[in-house]
Design a protein around this ligand. Sequence first.
Ligand code: HEC
Ligand code: HEC
Length: 471
Amino acid sequence: MQTSRGKLVANFAAVILGGALLAVMGVVFTTSNNPSPMTPAAPAPSALAPGSPTPSALAPGSPTPATLALATPEKQAPLKPVLPLGISPQLYALAVPPGREPTAQLAALGEKLFKDKRLSVDDSVACETCHDPTKGFTDHRGNSATSAGVQDQHGQRNAPTVLNAMFQASQFWDGRAATLEDQAKLPILNPIEMGQKSPGDVVAKVARIQEYSDAFKSLLGRDLTYEDIAAAIAAFERTQYSANSPFDRFLAGDPRAVSEAAQRGWALFQGKGRCGSCHAFNAVSPLFSDQKFHNIGIAAHKQNFAELARKALGILKTGDTKQIDELALQTSYSELGRFLVTKNPADIGAFKSETLRNIGITGPYMHDGSLATLWDVMDHYNKGGVANPFLDGGMQRLALSEAEIDDLVAFLFTLTDDRFADFNKAELARQTSLKNNRPQRETEIAEGRKGDLGDAGITPDLRNPASIGAY
Ligand code: HEC
Ligand code: HEC
């Protein structure tokens, strides 16, 4: 928890200096608006132009990782990002570590690997199976709460989107991977995801596929390693930013980009709904996430934390991410969340405040996929979450009326990138049709007539932008 918080705070501080720093270095970034809401510039590698400065220009003196020591200088040219409205060049520069800037070839290779089922033990599952680019990089299952890997084995967790993952302080619901590279190495080896037995097996299999062994050899001038596979996939993921939404256009000055209901929802989000305290949003935090871990009571649906934590401590070895990966995905210890990583009791049942960008199309919701619609999510928050000894202090009953809940949901549906506009509309219709089935709704508690979960928040003054956090 401390590490990622520290890292993020450092990032934010650095962002403020970022503009000046980049100006000094003479870096020119292009920011583009979408030509049309329906045909946005999907940041596929091909849509990006090579030609911005070399990695070493961004961090003079920092060693280029061996995996990316590419064979010729042209191949080393990083892609010039065509950034969406909601992402600043400064943030992009901070999110892409020196020496890890995607190049056209590496990102294209990574995309191929991301979509290739042969990466799994029995050729049946690709990264794309659970992170489908046409479905907002999630699996969007209608029939089960959690994702399925080889031989249709279901794990304990719901696949989050890969869109904008590059900007996160850590990866996974519990932050157990620090970088995209570290993250990519785990699902390939997880027994219920892609099922490979060892990095050596993966390398041998990929190297036997001529197009890959040739491509890596031409890029690197040597045989490929497991690190290279992860580096290529991460390079592809670093082209998957997504922040051209109606809400971005609203903030950029178009008052008609979102409905009045959504505008009221935005005020509620920052005010009475208390969402912004964890789903932090401002110019330097565009993901609607504080990148920290909170127990909001989702895991409390089914667990006796104290006993589970005691048992987990008994079996956890120190610092073995692979073990944590297997406990998190395959066992009921999953519900301990961040605690599996830190062993800090304050982190029991705590999960990352996920990004809310593209949230309209990335259901089902929460780490365990237990909430089917955004109305269910609102009902969960409205009653102050599910009580448990580790519940975050920020969780209180909200006393939102049904009309206010509708406004908040309308707002959340404006956070979807324009390239998924049709899908977003279909999802809104689908979720609306489920609106009368509300397993999480407990109005008595939400309105304070039952239970004891603290006071409702304030209603901000809409005429004063500062009071809703817009500046
Ligand atoms: C069987 C389904 C499945 C496959 C295959 C899979 N993932 Fe995932 N992915 C998940 C689930 C489930 C999570 C969340 C797990 C957790 O947090 O414990 C996740 C998390 C992630 C995250 C973290 C996102 C965040 O917001 O923290 C990234 C990035 C990611 N996967 C990329 C990949 C890549 C790259 C591959 C292929 C090498 C891959 N995934 C293969 C299901 C899958
Ligand atoms: C105390 C911190 C906190 C507050 C306050 C909070 N959230 Fe969350 N939010 C989280 C965390 C942590 C998760 C992931 C929890 C889990 O999966 O167990 C989450 C998950 C979500 C998700 C699901 C994300 C996904 O990809 O599945 C949505 C939607 C969401 N929150 C919306 C809201 C809204 C709307 C509000 C205000 C009414 C709000 N949140 C208030 C911390 C918070």
